[in-house]
Design a protein around this ligand. Structure first.
Ligand code: NCD
Length: 339
């Protein structure tokens, strides 16, 4: 795939080789993300960041990634602040905004909305999450993290054993992650959800057809033993038909240090796209795991900046020029070590 000028809407766009190229560029971003060097390769470029659903990591890390490449960010976080609230269509909004910016990142609560928007845009659009459908940049940063974590253990991604735990029905990060992992070889997917929140059958069938092992499991403790990665997700309460329907699932699956010690292998890596639901009744990923060196959630968030910088650099065709004219940083910078 040629990244230049492309919309990034779904992980279905990628082959394994494209992902490997993207990861090589992400590795190159390390000194800039760690503030040991600065580059101005996107000086003059404008990102329109449009997030119509709550977001901390995705929105801010996309913005920082663009800033770290030297570009400017225009941010809108509420539909009511835009003419969409006056009945303007996504089409017209896209046509207009693409006249003001070089690239757009968008999150929207409806599946398919970001693609619809992209069709009317004259500049590349990156999907920051479209309802329960997809979240491509999250899946890519998760896979990038998995690659690094497995590398530490002297392994690659092929033959990975991963437990995906929680709301596999509405969780878009999981949907995209399953698809990208499907590009690798002989993956074991433990699909661990409460009854009613299983991964869609068609997606599980695609993985089986590609030769992966896919097990549907309703017992968390059974599902998380004998895996390299346990990837926990939040119940996506905002996507349920009613608050009562969502509440029935609150707190059903909880991973904490005691459960981990009893059921996981000693070096099982713990991941979560975040936010974790820290309310007392929920707590799918307990804070008592924060001292566990295998907890990779903050390495995931750090990697998100590298990966998003790489996406911008490739789509805007500056990946080869990032280091040209780069300078040392002359202000105080805290040490940012990966662990
Ligand atoms: C995820 C999302 O928005 O889909 N969050 C994120 O972008 N890191 C997962 C979630 O909200 O639970």
């Amino acid at each position: 795939m040629d990244f230049v000028g492309q919309h990034i809407l779904s992980v279905d766009q990628f082959e394994r080789i494209d992902i490997e190229r993207l990861f090589d560029v992400a590795d190159e971003m390390e000194p800039y993300a760690r503030r040991t060097r600065i580059t101005r390769v996107l000086e003059g470029a404008i990102l329109s960041s449009m997030f119509f659903e709550p977001s901390t990591r995705t929105r801010i890390s996309f913005g920082c990634a663009f800033n770290l490449l030297g570009g400017e960010v225009r941010e809108t976080t509420e539909v009511k602040a835009l003419s969409l609230a006056k009945g303007e269509s996504l089409h017209d909004t896209a046509r207009v905004l693409s006249g003001y910016s070089d690239i757009i990142v968008m999150r929207h609560p409806r599946a398919g909305s970001v693609s619809e928007f992209a069709q009317a845009s004259r500049v590349p659009v990156i999907n920051g999450g479209d309802g329960p459908n997809e979240h491509p940049s999250q899946a890519l940063l998760d896979l990038y993290t998995i690659r690094k974590e497995m590398h530490e253990q002297g392994r690659g991604i092929d033959e990975l054993r991963i437990a995906l735990v929680g709301d596999l029905k509405y969780g878009r990060a999981v949907h995209s992650l399953c698809k990208v992992l499907g590009l690798f070889r002989s993956i074991t997917f433990q699909l661990v959800s409460p009854p009613g929140l299983e991964l869609a059958d068609d997606l599980a069938d695609v993985l089986r057809a590609r030769g992966h092992r896919v097990n549907v499991i309703h017992d968390m403790e059974a599902g998380i033993s004998h895996v390299d990665i346990v990837y926990v997700t939040r119940t996506q309460e905002e996507r349920f038909p009613s608050p009562e329907a969502a509440r029935r699932y609150r707190g059903l699956f909880r991973l904490n240090q005691a459960v981990y010690t009893e059921h996981c292998e000693p070096n099982t890596v713990i991941m979560h796209p975040m936010p974790r639901d820290s309310r007392r009744q929920a707590r799918e990923l307990d804070e008592d795991l924060d001292a566990n060196p295998n907890l990779a959630i903050f390495r995931q968030t750090d990697n998100g900046v590298l990966l998003r910088m790489a996406l911008f650099a490739m789509v805007l065709d500056v990946a080869d020029r990032v280091h040209v004219g780069a300078q040392a940083v002359h202000w105080y910078t805290a040490r940012r070590t990966p662990r």
